[in-house]
Design a protein around this ligand. Structure first.
Ligand code: SR1
Ligand code: MG
Length: 418
């Protein structure tokens, strides 16, 4: 079967041709297909048997261009091969937080998976001001399991190198290199600015010596530190939730990169939500304090729980596979110092990457609805300036900021929790 772009009309027949779908659907004549993808890259469809709605799947297909721009921006559809492989690896390592995959086709550049019909995209839910008490617990488990167990701290030397080469993701890494680390920090034609931002606001980022150097350093780290298999785009639009469960979706940007890039994506996005709710809670007719406090507590918990779980996995690995290197009287203590220094360095990376993820959402092409959909442009610009200020400070001072509490204090200095 050669590649072709599926349409709404084609999908029932296509599904009917797949052996794997016979376990799911009892009738292919009563399927209803709805296109739901609002993503930047691909098409996503939900398919349901109208007679038996519990018979349902999600189908995602990559097209040979960047969907958000159109056919004028070609993009190899082989990105779906990476997505399928990454989903399979994440399912192996953390099945409780990844949707089940029923069928994947590299040729058709598509994946058919569990329709998370009782879950919603976390960004949309946060915009509505909903609370998810288990989110920090879940996302920290996902990140610790995947980042630790795909690194050299866990895999043998050959498997790790085979993994690095298997997950080379030229095209989507280039998108990140451009849109997260390059274009937002220059006068680039693809940037999109709130018209209420002034030239001074832009130059505060685009012409500042220390900031430009710091972002270039983060870009170099992104391109050269093949530490772990990253999700690669772990913003709160790549996470689906309900009150009890959390699922990570959309790993098409997966590649071997620095662990802090994923952790920073979660933290940076939640910091932007914190700023946005200075305004959004008022629009919802609420006092901003309670919800924004939950957001800050969640950020702290994500980091604390992630590091605790990561450390536990490392200790367990040392116990089950003891390394000769630590087999001497003070070895246990010295191993502990290594772990502490590792986490200190990972924290600096996390802060630096979170900062880049924040600043790019204000000045670059791809926005976050939390801030970009604030209708009052002056109010939006006020929140954008806070985001830029915090991002700038975080990336420049990433090595001297010592704790997640310090990051939260910086956010509160810019936008008091009242
Ligand atoms: C031009 S694509 C823009 C962004 O969408 C994806 O979700 C990634 O974050 C990418 O940077
Ligand atoms: Mg995505």
């Amino acid at each position: 079967m050669g590649y072709r772009i599926l349409t709404l009309e084609d999908i029932p027949k296509f599904l009917g041709s797949l052996e794997e779908m016979r376990n799911i659907f009892t009738d292919f004549n009563t399927l209803e297909v709805e296109e739901v993808g609002d993503g930047n890259l691909n098409y996503v469809y939900l398919v349901k048997n109208s007679k038996k709605p519990q018979e349902t799947v999600a189908l995602k297909q990559a097209v040979p261009y960047l969907r958000v721009v159109g056919e004028s921006w070609p993009l190899k559809r082989e990105r779906m091969t990476i997505e399928i492989m990454a989903l399979q690896k994440e399912i192996e390592l953390c099945p409780e937080h990844v949707p089940e995959v029923y069928y994947g086709s590299h040729e058709m550049s598509l994946v058919i998976m569990e329709n998370l019909s009782s879950h919603k995209v976390l960004r949309g839910e946060i915009i509505k001001g909903k609370v998810f008490p288990n989110f920090a617990e879940h996302i920290s488990t996902f990140m610790a399991e995947v980042l630790f167990k795909t690194s050299d701290l866990y895999l043998d030397h050959q498997t790790k190198k085979e993994m690095v080469s298997k997950y080379i993701n030229y095209d989507l890494c280039k998108i990140t290199e451009d849109f997260v680390f390059t274009t937002p920090y220059e006068k680039h034609e693809t940037n999109v600015y709130n018209p209420e931002l002034t030239e001074e606001d832009l130059n505060f980022i685009q012409q500042d010596r220390e900031l430009k150097i710091a972002v270039a350093e983060m870009k170099y780290k992104f391109m050269n530190n093949a530490e772990s298999l990253l999700h690669g785009d772990l913003h709160i639009g790549s996470i689906m939730v309900n009150e009890n469960e959390t699922y990570v979706i959309d790993p098409e940007f997966a590649f071997y990169g620095p662990m802090g890039f994923d952790v920073g994506a979660v933290i940076g996005n939640l910091l932007m939500s914190y700023f946005s709710h200075e305004q959004r809670q008022k629009l919802l007719g609420r006092e901003p304090y309670v919800y924004r406090k939950w957001l800050l507590e969640t950020i702290e918990s994500v980091w604390v729980k992630f590091t605790e779980k990561f450390d536990t996995l490392w200790i367990e690995e040392q116990l089950s596979n003891p390394q000769l290197a630590w087999d001497y009287p003070q070895g246990e203590q010295h191993f502990k110092v290594l772990r502490e220094r590792f986490i200190t360095r990972l924290f600096s990376d996390t802060v630096g990457f979170a900062a880049c993820k924040m600043m790019r959402r204000i000045l670059g092409l791809a926005k976050v609805a939390d801030i970009a959909e604030i209708e009052d442009l002056q109010e939006r610009a006020r929140i954008e300036r806070m985001t830029l200020k915090l991002g700038k400070k975080m990336v420049i001072e990433r090595d001297s900021i010592k704790s997640i509490g310090e990051v939260l204090n910086l956010a509160k200095e810019l936008s008091p929790l009242v």
